[in-house]
Design a protein around this ligand. Sequence first.
Ligand code: MF3
Ligand code: CO
Ligand code: CO
Length: 266
Amino acid sequence: MGTVNIASPQDIEHMRVVGRMAAETLLLVGEKIRAGMTTEDIDRLVAEDTARRGARCAPLNYHGFPKSVCTSLNEVVCHGIPTPKQVLRDGDIINVDVTTLHHGYHGDTSATFYIGTPSADARRVTEVSRKCLELGIAEVREGARLGDIGAAIQEYAEGNGCSVVRAFVGHGIGKKFHDEPKVSHVGKRGTGLRLRAGMIFTIEPMINIGGYEIDILDDDWTAITSDGSLSAQFEHTVLVTKDGCEILTKRDAVLANSEGIASLLL
Ligand code: MF3
Ligand code: CO
Ligand code: CO
């Protein structure tokens, strides 16, 4: 497929800037998120912080999405819509997915946060999804194949009693929010597109504690697990390099409320 962009040095510089903005906004969410807040409060926090940076929230009005950020609580897999009716409670897990648009470029990153004390299942699905992103990223280098990323994620998730959502994938990103290639989080090693230095895409495994099937609610956005089981997700935007990758949405501090234990900045 000749349809995957190779970023120019100028593109890369813009992607570093917007990637850092998205990462810093997600860090702010980690500092503020707590029981008693509503998902609407998170939406306002992200919208205000993004505006303060002179940037825009890419989700707002994207294919009709009504809010500035996706907030996906417990059995919500992705694309949860913030609302003043949804109050965060002790024991919840919630993914907050920030996509910043600045100077025509997009940076996309998400994390799952613990609200108070998580159940054993909530902790397991969250830590498995965090590790899946780390293992997927570790496969990225020039010459590797997209299938290597999916295989690494699938092996770890299924080996730890979880499943990998098929219905949503990572994506090329840059001037477009969602571009080629599609980055499946399942796959076979040695198959799929060969990675080249300068490709930029997201890896964003959605991991369920039960089955991988999903349903879409009547709002036409919210994706939930069909069996009602918990789901967790982490996402980074990465740039392929000769010998690995540069995580464009890497954080420079530990994410509060989510990374109390791990020192990894993923
Ligand atoms: N940020 C999501 C992703 O990782 C996409 C959200 S699309 C929206 O690809 F319209 F729901 F915001
Ligand atoms: Co994405
Ligand atoms: Co995202």
